[in-house]
Design a protein around this ligand. Structure first.
Ligand SMILES: Nc1ncnc2c1ncn2[C@@H]1O[C@H](COP(=O)(O)OP(=O)(O)O)[C@@H](O)[C@H]1O
Length: 278
């Protein structure tokens, strides 16, 4: 773990980039606005983290908010998948780890994230919505050493829904959009409401190009859920202690959840004009 801190200390480009672009002043200003509903979302420097189990919809909601707020959506899972399809030196090692449902080392993930952030710097990006990072308490501590996170949104769904969602997930290999062929109807337990989600079907152009992620099989999803509970649930606790965690129980699919999420974030639905489809 010390090696990761050393990586940040010694990799001056990564550290200086993160320090420069993740301005704590802007973060303090955002906090002082306390998500006031009347603030122009584009005027904010958003530095948010999305937490949640595999399949919960971090990518869907983070990318919608990224379009609404005009900040990049950075998903470390996407960075890992890009790396493993690139036939670069890490590719074989990463394929093995991902296909076992395990986590990539903190060193590798921070390296990939630093490179992505540097690329954003070149494009004068400001703010971010991180999805899939941090996933260990050590990653959260390292992030805190280099920046000031404003808000952590913890998306939640029951585990049986998560499994069905992962197994129904399909991706268009051409446009990259995510779809879901599962029709979910799960009875709520212990007084919790029932959950229904209609399938999110692709347009006919995408149908012949649909692929399934190699780690979206039942045994691998179960392992990813186990690892989430072991390694990433403590991250929820870490941010809860720091008073940054917003818990959000998804009430259903996108049509029910999106307006409620905007409400929880004090964002006005009327600002949702240019939001891209999920
Ligand atoms: N922050 C991270 N730390 C370690 N490994 C990661 C991290 N982010 C992504 N990965 C790797 O990439 C895989 C895919 O990530 P992601 O698409 O976020 O999956 P999930 O659907 O399980 O949330 C993970 O199972 C893990 O192997």
């Amino acid at each position: 773990m010390a090696a990761v801190a050393r990586l940040f200390r010694s990799s001056s480009s990564a550290v200086s980039f993160i320090r420069r672009s993740l301005s704590t002043e802007a973060a303090a200003e955002l906090r002082s606005q306390s998500y006031s509903p009347r603030v122009d979302p584009k005027a904010r420097n958003v530095q948010w983290v999305f937490l949640g189990c595999p399949g919960v919809g971090k990518g869907t909601y983070a990318s919608r908010l990224s379009a609404l707020l005009g900040v990049p959506h950075i998903a470390t899972g996407d960075l890992v998948r890009e790396e493993l399809s690139s036939s670069g030196p890490l590719s074989k090692q990463l394929t093995e780890i991902v296909n076992q449902g395990k986590l990539v080392s903190d060193e590798i993930i921070i390296n990939l994230l630093s490179k992505r952030l540097e690329m954003g710097e070149a494009k004068a990006e400001s703010g971010f919505i991180l999805d899939g990072f941090p996933r260990t308490v050590r990653q959260a501590e390292i992030l805190d050493e280099v920046t000031d996170i404003d808000l952590v949104v913890n998306l939640k769904l029951p585990e049986n829904v998560l499994l069905e969602k992962c197994l129904g997930r399909r991706i268009c290999s051409q446009c990259g959009k995510n779809f879901n062929v599962a029709s979910i109807n799960v009875r709520g337990e212990n007084g919790n409401p029932d959950i229904s989600m209609a399938p999110l079907l692709p347009p006919s152009d995408c149908v012949p190009k649909l692929i399934t992620r190699s780690d979206d099989t039942e045994p691998i999803v179960k392992e990813r859920l186990r690892i989430y509970n072991e390694k990433s649930q403590p991250v929820e606790e870490y941010y809860r202690r720091h008073g940054k965690l917003l818990e959000f129980d998804l009430p259903g699919g996108i049509p029910e959840s999106w307006p409620k999420l905007l409400e929880a974030l004090n964002l006005d639905e009327n600002e949702d004009k240019q939001c891209a489809a999920a």
